[in-house]
Design a binder for this molecule. Structure first.
Ligand code: GLY
Length: 385
Protein backbone atom coordinates (compact mmCIF):
# COMPACT_ATOMS: atom_id res chain seq x y z
CA UNK A 1 0.00 0.00 0.00
CA UNK A 2 2.83 2.34 0.82
CA UNK A 3 4.01 2.18 -2.84
CA UNK A 4 0.50 3.07 -4.06
CA UNK A 5 0.35 6.21 -2.00
CA UNK A 6 3.98 7.26 -2.20
CA UNK A 7 3.33 9.83 -4.91
CA UNK A 8 1.21 11.96 -2.61
CA UNK A 9 2.94 11.28 0.68
CA UNK A 10 6.19 11.98 2.42
CA UNK A 11 5.93 8.57 3.99
CA UNK A 12 8.07 6.39 1.77
CA UNK A 13 8.91 2.72 2.06
CA UNK A 14 12.45 3.75 3.00
CA UNK A 15 11.23 5.83 5.97
CA UNK A 16 9.07 2.96 7.18
CA UNK A 17 12.02 0.57 6.87
CA UNK A 18 14.24 2.98 8.81
CA UNK A 19 11.62 3.22 11.57
CA UNK A 20 11.41 -0.57 11.70
CA UNK A 21 15.18 -0.84 11.84
CA UNK A 22 15.10 1.35 14.96
CA UNK A 23 12.38 -0.83 16.46
CA UNK A 24 14.41 -4.00 15.84
CA UNK A 25 17.41 -2.26 17.42
CA UNK A 26 15.34 -1.54 20.56
CA UNK A 27 14.00 -5.11 20.62
CA UNK A 28 17.61 -6.37 20.44
CA UNK A 29 18.59 -4.03 23.23
CA UNK A 30 15.82 -5.50 25.41
CA UNK A 31 16.16 -9.12 24.33
CA UNK A 32 18.56 -10.21 27.12
CA UNK A 33 16.62 -8.29 29.77
CA UNK A 34 13.04 -9.40 29.21
CA UNK A 35 13.55 -13.16 29.09
CA UNK A 36 11.58 -14.44 32.09
CA UNK A 37 10.22 -10.98 32.79
CA UNK A 38 8.29 -8.41 30.76
CA UNK A 39 8.46 -4.66 30.28
CA UNK A 40 6.32 -2.70 32.74
CA UNK A 41 3.02 -1.32 31.39
CA UNK A 42 4.59 2.09 30.94
CA UNK A 43 8.06 3.49 31.34
CA UNK A 44 9.47 5.62 34.16
CA UNK A 45 11.48 8.47 32.72
CA UNK A 46 11.19 6.68 29.36
CA UNK A 47 12.70 3.42 30.68
CA UNK A 48 10.71 0.19 31.08
CA UNK A 49 11.32 -1.81 34.24
CA UNK A 50 11.18 -5.62 34.57
CA UNK A 51 7.89 -7.07 35.82
CA UNK A 52 6.32 -10.52 36.00
CA UNK A 53 3.43 -11.87 33.93
CA UNK A 54 0.81 -10.05 35.99
CA UNK A 55 -0.68 -7.04 34.22
CA UNK A 56 -2.70 -6.81 30.99
CA UNK A 57 0.35 -6.03 28.91
CA UNK A 58 2.94 -8.89 28.68
CA UNK A 59 1.48 -10.01 25.35
CA UNK A 60 2.60 -6.79 23.70
CA UNK A 61 6.25 -7.67 24.30
CA UNK A 62 5.81 -11.27 23.15
CA UNK A 63 3.77 -10.01 20.21
CA UNK A 64 6.61 -7.71 19.20
CA UNK A 65 8.95 -10.71 19.26
CA UNK A 66 6.59 -12.49 16.86
CA UNK A 67 6.42 -9.44 14.61
CA UNK A 68 10.21 -9.29 14.59
CA UNK A 69 10.39 -12.98 13.69
CA UNK A 70 8.11 -12.22 10.73
CA UNK A 71 10.00 -9.09 9.68
CA UNK A 72 13.53 -10.50 9.93
CA UNK A 73 12.97 -14.24 9.54
CA UNK A 74 15.55 -14.67 12.30
CA UNK A 75 14.90 -17.76 14.46
CA UNK A 76 16.25 -16.08 17.59
CA UNK A 77 13.03 -14.06 17.90
CA UNK A 78 10.86 -17.16 17.50
CA UNK A 79 12.90 -18.88 20.24
CA UNK A 80 12.64 -15.82 22.49
CA UNK A 81 8.86 -15.74 22.04
CA UNK A 82 8.51 -19.49 22.59
CA UNK A 83 10.69 -19.24 25.67
CA UNK A 84 7.94 -17.14 27.24
CA UNK A 85 5.18 -19.71 26.74
CA UNK A 86 5.75 -21.36 30.18
CA UNK A 87 5.00 -18.03 31.80
CA UNK A 88 1.66 -17.87 29.96
CA UNK A 89 1.05 -21.52 30.90
CA UNK A 90 1.62 -20.76 34.58
CA UNK A 91 -0.75 -17.81 34.42
CA UNK A 92 -3.73 -19.78 33.08
CA UNK A 93 -2.97 -23.00 34.96
CA UNK A 94 -2.69 -21.26 38.30
CA UNK A 95 -5.38 -18.71 37.39
CA UNK A 96 -3.09 -15.90 38.46
CA UNK A 97 -4.47 -12.50 37.52
CA UNK A 98 -7.01 -14.06 35.22
CA UNK A 99 -10.12 -12.30 36.57
CA UNK A 100 -10.00 -9.91 33.65
CA UNK A 101 -11.19 -9.56 30.07
CA UNK A 102 -7.58 -8.76 29.11
CA UNK A 103 -6.99 -12.46 28.47
CA UNK A 104 -7.64 -11.57 24.84
CA UNK A 105 -4.80 -9.07 24.60
CA UNK A 106 -2.54 -11.47 26.50
CA UNK A 107 -3.12 -14.73 24.69
CA UNK A 108 -3.88 -13.46 21.18
CA UNK A 109 -0.49 -11.81 20.83
CA UNK A 110 1.55 -14.48 22.62
CA UNK A 111 -0.17 -17.77 21.75
CA UNK A 112 -2.64 -17.38 18.88
CA UNK A 113 0.21 -15.67 17.05
CA UNK A 114 2.52 -18.63 17.82
CA UNK A 115 -0.08 -21.09 16.58
CA UNK A 116 -0.89 -19.14 13.43
CA UNK A 117 2.77 -18.59 12.52
CA UNK A 118 4.33 -21.91 13.48
CA UNK A 119 1.48 -24.35 14.22
CA UNK A 120 2.64 -24.61 17.84
CA UNK A 121 0.12 -26.98 19.45
CA UNK A 122 1.00 -26.06 23.02
CA UNK A 123 0.34 -22.41 22.26
CA UNK A 124 -3.00 -23.35 20.72
CA UNK A 125 -4.04 -25.21 23.91
CA UNK A 126 -2.96 -22.29 26.10
CA UNK A 127 -4.97 -19.85 24.01
CA UNK A 128 -7.99 -22.15 24.25
CA UNK A 129 -7.62 -22.31 28.04
CA UNK A 130 -7.55 -18.52 28.07
CA UNK A 131 -10.63 -18.39 25.83
CA UNK A 132 -12.45 -20.64 28.32
CA UNK A 133 -11.58 -18.29 31.17
CA UNK A 134 -12.70 -15.31 29.09
CA UNK A 135 -15.94 -17.07 28.19
CA UNK A 136 -16.66 -17.57 31.91
CA UNK A 137 -16.93 -13.78 32.15
CA UNK A 138 -19.85 -13.68 29.73
CA UNK A 139 -23.02 -12.56 31.50
CA UNK A 140 -25.90 -14.15 29.68
CA UNK A 141 -28.68 -11.80 30.75
CA UNK A 142 -26.74 -8.63 30.01
CA UNK A 143 -25.18 -10.15 26.87
CA UNK A 144 -21.74 -8.77 27.73
CA UNK A 145 -18.33 -9.82 28.99
CA UNK A 146 -17.53 -8.22 32.33
CA UNK A 147 -14.30 -6.31 32.07
CA UNK A 148 -12.71 -6.25 35.46
CA UNK A 149 -12.58 -8.11 38.73
CA UNK A 150 -14.58 -10.84 40.35
CA UNK A 151 -17.98 -11.43 38.79
CA UNK A 152 -19.62 -10.89 42.19
CA UNK A 153 -17.79 -7.65 43.01
CA UNK A 154 -20.58 -5.06 43.25
CA UNK A 155 -18.25 -2.28 42.04
CA UNK A 156 -17.44 -4.13 38.81
CA UNK A 157 -20.50 -6.29 38.26
CA UNK A 158 -22.04 -5.87 34.81
CA UNK A 159 -19.43 -3.38 33.66
CA UNK A 160 -18.25 -3.54 30.06
CA UNK A 161 -15.52 -1.37 28.61
CA UNK A 162 -14.69 -0.34 25.08
CA UNK A 163 -11.18 -1.85 25.28
CA UNK A 164 -12.82 -5.30 25.39
CA UNK A 165 -13.49 -5.18 21.65
CA UNK A 166 -9.84 -6.12 21.20
CA UNK A 167 -10.35 -9.24 23.34
CA UNK A 168 -13.15 -10.66 21.19
CA UNK A 169 -10.93 -12.12 18.42
CA UNK A 170 -9.69 -14.73 20.94
CA UNK A 171 -13.30 -15.94 21.28
CA UNK A 172 -14.03 -15.95 17.54
CA UNK A 173 -10.79 -17.84 16.97
CA UNK A 174 -11.70 -20.38 19.69
CA UNK A 175 -14.96 -21.14 17.89
CA UNK A 176 -13.11 -21.59 14.62
CA UNK A 177 -10.62 -24.09 16.02
CA UNK A 178 -12.97 -26.03 18.31
CA UNK A 179 -16.13 -25.91 16.20
CA UNK A 180 -18.05 -24.84 19.33
CA UNK A 181 -20.11 -21.74 18.53
CA UNK A 182 -20.55 -20.64 22.17
CA UNK A 183 -17.45 -18.41 22.06
CA UNK A 184 -18.55 -16.78 18.81
CA UNK A 185 -22.07 -16.21 20.16
CA UNK A 186 -20.73 -14.51 23.31
CA UNK A 187 -18.41 -12.27 21.29
CA UNK A 188 -21.12 -11.40 18.75
CA UNK A 189 -23.50 -10.48 21.56
CA UNK A 190 -20.89 -8.40 23.33
CA UNK A 191 -20.05 -6.42 20.19
CA UNK A 192 -23.75 -5.69 19.59
CA UNK A 193 -24.22 -4.47 23.16
CA UNK A 194 -21.04 -2.37 22.87
CA UNK A 195 -22.35 -0.74 19.69
CA UNK A 196 -25.68 -0.04 21.36
CA UNK A 197 -24.57 1.30 24.72
CA UNK A 198 -20.91 2.33 24.65
CA UNK A 199 -21.33 4.52 21.57
CA UNK A 200 -23.25 7.74 22.01
CA UNK A 201 -25.52 9.42 19.46
CA UNK A 202 -22.68 11.66 18.23
CA UNK A 203 -20.37 8.63 17.72
CA UNK A 204 -18.18 9.44 20.72
CA UNK A 205 -17.71 6.64 23.24
CA UNK A 206 -18.11 5.97 26.91
CA UNK A 207 -15.06 4.27 28.36
CA UNK A 208 -17.18 1.95 30.50
CA UNK A 209 -20.88 1.12 30.80
CA UNK A 210 -22.81 -0.72 33.50
CA UNK A 211 -25.53 -3.22 32.70
CA UNK A 212 -28.00 -4.71 35.17
CA UNK A 213 -26.96 -8.35 35.38
CA UNK A 214 -30.37 -9.47 36.74
CA UNK A 215 -32.64 -7.78 34.20
CA UNK A 216 -30.17 -7.17 31.36
CA UNK A 217 -31.23 -3.50 31.27
CA UNK A 218 -28.69 -0.73 30.56
CA UNK A 219 -27.71 1.44 33.53
CA UNK A 220 -25.18 4.22 32.89
CA UNK A 221 -21.81 5.12 31.39
CA UNK A 222 -18.78 6.06 33.47
CA UNK A 223 -15.25 6.91 32.60
CA UNK A 224 -12.20 5.32 34.21
CA UNK A 225 -9.27 6.78 32.29
CA UNK A 226 -10.96 9.68 30.48
CA UNK A 227 -11.37 13.31 31.51
CA UNK A 228 -15.05 13.02 32.47
CA UNK A 229 -17.98 10.63 32.24
CA UNK A 230 -19.34 12.56 29.27
CA UNK A 231 -16.01 13.26 27.50
CA UNK A 232 -14.41 10.91 24.99
CA UNK A 233 -11.21 9.17 26.13
CA UNK A 234 -8.98 9.08 23.05
CA UNK A 235 -7.66 5.58 23.54
CA UNK A 236 -11.19 4.28 24.11
CA UNK A 237 -12.26 5.78 20.78
CA UNK A 238 -9.19 4.20 19.18
CA UNK A 239 -10.04 0.79 20.68
CA UNK A 240 -13.45 1.19 19.03
CA UNK A 241 -11.97 2.19 15.67
CA UNK A 242 -9.85 -0.96 15.68
CA UNK A 243 -12.12 -3.31 17.64
CA UNK A 244 -15.36 -3.02 15.64
CA UNK A 245 -13.79 -3.87 12.26
CA UNK A 246 -12.03 -6.83 13.87
CA UNK A 247 -15.45 -8.20 14.82
CA UNK A 248 -16.69 -7.45 11.31
CA UNK A 249 -14.02 -9.81 9.94
CA UNK A 250 -15.66 -12.66 11.83
CA UNK A 251 -19.36 -11.65 11.80
CA UNK A 252 -19.60 -9.81 8.45
CA UNK A 253 -22.13 -7.49 10.08
CA UNK A 254 -21.87 -4.37 7.87
CA UNK A 255 -23.47 -2.20 10.55
CA UNK A 256 -20.21 -2.51 12.46
CA UNK A 257 -18.33 -0.88 9.59
CA UNK A 258 -20.93 1.88 9.24
CA UNK A 259 -20.54 2.54 12.95
CA UNK A 260 -16.74 2.49 12.75
CA UNK A 261 -16.74 5.17 10.04
CA UNK A 262 -18.69 7.41 12.42
CA UNK A 263 -16.24 6.75 15.25
CA UNK A 264 -13.32 7.36 12.92
CA UNK A 265 -14.75 10.64 11.65
CA UNK A 266 -15.32 11.83 15.22
CA UNK A 267 -11.70 10.98 16.03
CA UNK A 268 -10.19 12.53 12.88
CA UNK A 269 -12.23 15.72 13.37
CA UNK A 270 -10.56 16.30 16.73
CA UNK A 271 -6.89 15.94 15.88
CA UNK A 272 -4.45 18.77 16.48
CA UNK A 273 -2.09 20.04 13.81
CA UNK A 274 0.44 17.20 14.06
CA UNK A 275 -2.41 14.65 13.88
CA UNK A 276 -1.52 12.93 17.17
CA UNK A 277 -4.47 13.14 19.55
CA UNK A 278 -4.50 14.55 23.06
CA UNK A 279 -5.22 11.96 25.75
CA UNK A 280 -8.91 12.92 25.73
CA UNK A 281 -10.69 14.19 22.63
CA UNK A 282 -12.23 16.99 24.69
CA UNK A 283 -8.86 18.67 24.11
CA UNK A 284 -7.97 19.79 20.61
CA UNK A 285 -5.28 22.35 21.46
CA UNK A 286 -3.23 23.55 24.44
CA UNK A 287 -0.80 22.05 26.91
CA UNK A 288 -2.45 18.73 27.79
CA UNK A 289 -0.41 15.62 26.99
CA UNK A 290 -0.78 13.65 23.77
CA UNK A 291 -1.48 9.95 23.73
CA UNK A 292 0.70 8.58 20.96
CA UNK A 293 -0.50 5.06 21.83
CA UNK A 294 -4.09 6.01 20.92
CA UNK A 295 -2.79 7.42 17.63
CA UNK A 296 -0.97 4.15 16.85
CA UNK A 297 -4.04 2.04 17.65
CA UNK A 298 -6.20 4.32 15.48
CA UNK A 299 -3.75 3.91 12.56
CA UNK A 300 -4.18 0.11 12.73
CA UNK A 301 -7.96 0.57 13.01
CA UNK A 302 -8.18 2.95 10.05
CA UNK A 303 -6.14 0.55 7.92
CA UNK A 304 -8.34 -2.37 8.96
CA UNK A 305 -11.52 -0.35 8.30
CA UNK A 306 -10.28 0.79 4.90
CA UNK A 307 -9.83 -2.86 3.89
CA UNK A 308 -13.50 -3.50 4.69
CA UNK A 309 -14.77 -0.70 2.41
CA UNK A 310 -15.40 -1.11 -1.35
CA UNK A 311 -12.41 -0.27 -3.57
CA UNK A 312 -14.41 2.53 -5.17
CA UNK A 313 -15.51 4.14 -1.89
CA UNK A 314 -13.66 7.47 -1.46
CA UNK A 315 -13.76 6.95 2.32
CA UNK A 316 -11.42 4.00 1.85
CA UNK A 317 -8.71 6.22 0.36
CA UNK A 318 -9.42 8.95 2.94
CA UNK A 319 -8.79 6.53 5.82
CA UNK A 320 -5.67 5.12 4.19
CA UNK A 321 -4.33 8.63 3.74
CA UNK A 322 -5.26 9.61 7.29
CA UNK A 323 -3.58 6.49 8.67
CA UNK A 324 -0.39 7.15 6.71
CA UNK A 325 -0.34 10.82 7.71
CA UNK A 326 -0.70 9.99 11.42
CA UNK A 327 1.96 7.30 11.06
CA UNK A 328 4.24 9.80 9.34
CA UNK A 329 3.84 12.20 12.26
CA UNK A 330 4.57 9.44 14.80
CA UNK A 331 7.75 8.53 12.91
CA UNK A 332 8.84 12.14 12.60
CA UNK A 333 8.06 13.48 16.06
CA UNK A 334 7.37 10.67 18.52
CA UNK A 335 10.04 7.98 18.14
CA UNK A 336 12.51 7.47 20.98
CA UNK A 337 15.74 7.48 18.97
CA UNK A 338 16.69 10.94 20.22
CA UNK A 339 16.45 9.73 23.84
CA UNK A 340 19.43 7.35 24.08
CA UNK A 341 18.61 6.29 27.65
CA UNK A 342 15.17 5.06 26.62
CA UNK A 343 14.53 1.36 25.97
CA UNK A 344 11.12 2.26 24.52
CA UNK A 345 9.99 2.91 20.98
CA UNK A 346 7.23 5.52 21.02
CA UNK A 347 7.37 8.52 23.34
CA UNK A 348 4.56 10.73 24.67
CA UNK A 349 1.82 8.32 25.61
CA UNK A 350 -0.51 8.53 28.61
CA UNK A 351 -1.61 5.48 30.58
CA UNK A 352 -4.09 6.95 33.06
CA UNK A 353 -4.15 10.69 33.54
CA UNK A 354 -6.83 10.69 36.28
CA UNK A 355 -4.74 8.21 38.31
CA UNK A 356 -1.50 10.03 37.58
CA UNK A 357 0.06 6.97 35.96
CA UNK A 358 2.32 6.84 32.93
CA UNK A 359 1.89 10.46 31.89
CA UNK A 360 4.02 11.44 28.91
CA UNK A 361 5.81 8.09 28.97
CA UNK A 362 6.31 5.17 26.62
CA UNK A 363 3.54 2.56 26.92
CA UNK A 364 4.26 -0.98 25.78
CA UNK A 365 1.01 -1.27 23.78
CA UNK A 366 1.83 2.02 22.01
CA UNK A 367 5.12 0.46 20.94
CA UNK A 368 3.32 -2.69 19.78
CA UNK A 369 0.62 -0.95 17.71
CA UNK A 370 3.13 1.44 16.16
CA UNK A 371 5.14 -1.59 15.07
CA UNK A 372 2.01 -3.41 13.84
CA UNK A 373 1.02 -0.32 11.82
CA UNK A 374 4.42 -0.28 10.12
CA UNK A 375 4.21 -4.00 9.39
CA UNK A 376 0.70 -3.51 7.99
CA UNK A 377 1.77 -0.80 5.53
CA UNK A 378 4.95 -2.54 4.36
CA UNK A 379 3.73 -6.13 4.03
CA UNK A 380 0.73 -8.27 3.27
CA UNK A 381 0.37 -9.07 6.95
CA UNK A 382 -2.04 -11.62 8.38
CA UNK A 383 -3.30 -10.31 11.74
CA UNK A 384 -2.89 -12.31 14.93
CA UNK A 385 -6.29 -10.86 15.97
N1 GLY B 1 -6.82 -1.44 28.12
C1 GLY B 1 -6.26 -0.58 29.09
C2 GLY B 1 -5.85 0.71 28.54
O1 GLY B 1 -6.05 1.00 27.37
O2 GLY B 1 -5.29 1.49 29.31
Amino acid sequence: MIEQLAATKRLTRARCDEAMAFIVQQIDRNLETFVDTFPSECSTNQVYQQVGNVAWTPGFWTGMLWLTFEVTGDEKYRLAAENQLPSYRQRVDEKRYTETHDLGFLYTLSCVSAYKLTGNEEAKLLALEAADLLYERYLEKAGIIQAWGNLKDPKQQGRMIIDCLMNLPLLYWASEVTGDSKYYDAAASHVRQSAKYLIREDASSFHTYYMDTETGEPKYGRTAQGYADDSCWSRGQAWGIYGFPLSYRYTEDVELIELTTKLANYFLDRLPEDLVCYWDLIFTSGQEERDSSAAAIAVCGLLETAKCLPLTDPTRRRYENAALSILDSLITHYMAQDVPASNGILLHAVYGKPMGSGIDECCIWGDYYFYEALVRVTRDWKPYW
